[in-house]
Design a protein around this ligand. Sequence first.
Ligand code: AMP
Length: 284
Amino acid sequence: MEIIKDTQLLIDRIQVYKSEGRSIGFTPTMGALHSGHISLVEPSLAENDISIVSIFVNPTQFNEKSDLAKYPRDLETDAKLLEKAGVDILYAPTIDGIYPDGSDYKVQLDLGEMVRVLEGEHRPGHFEGVLQVVKRLLDIVEPNHLYMGQKDFQQFSLIQAMISKLNLEVKLRVCPIKRAANGLALSSRNRRLSKEGTLLASIIHMTLTHIKNHFQEKSVEEWKAWAMENLSNEWSDPEYFEFSDGFTLANVIDKENHNYIVASTAVWIEKVRLIDNMIIKKVD
Ligand code: AMP
């Protein structure tokens, strides 16, 4: 595996691959890698000639500067994991390499309510930063396939909307959520939880699973109230719990009016903000 930090060097290399007709799979990450990230890399390796993973802790998507400062960084360990997985190139750019003209601009795209609900409501500016960095990375890497996780449901939904609206050539592949044995969704942020906090955090998955298994028994309003209460105790504090249409991310009021429903939540445990979601209903 080659580690490329220089953006121009990567662009030159990609031009060679393109001229040789080789397909490129791309997985953008912010590092502190875990097996959830590797589960995106595996289909990339299977479906493409060249697999590229980026590690870039994008400052423009952090609405809290302290969260950015605390974000775990460990390039050496990450590189070993990716090498073992069989990745061809690890792209680890500098901030200047991604934003040579500064980052004071937005992708000009109106995604309407989709960008303002859920995480968008609770983390103002977050998705503007995500769209900005993913668009920039796609312009640099020009992949055939882009790999993202269902773990960030709203994120992949917005990226899919951006791809469609801008007619980008890339095809998005969404991979299922990888969980620990106790159900906790794997996340780089889990590193900041104590052993006890990691165990207690299984309440999030338990709550989502219970709702999925008993969805018919209560209305959406009743389930929301139940979930908020179930997730509230001395050691956990839910920021929101919401049911959304899986296609549009519009709030679900009457569950009978939607064929595709996702439940999403953000929960604070030990000062760590954990997000999770589950597809509660999908009629094919
Ligand atoms: P991040 O490094 O957190 O920005 O995540 C990079 C990519 O990995 C995103 O597309 C995430 O949705 C995905 N991802 C993160 N955690 C998981 C997980 N537990 N299972 C599957 N994909 C994940």
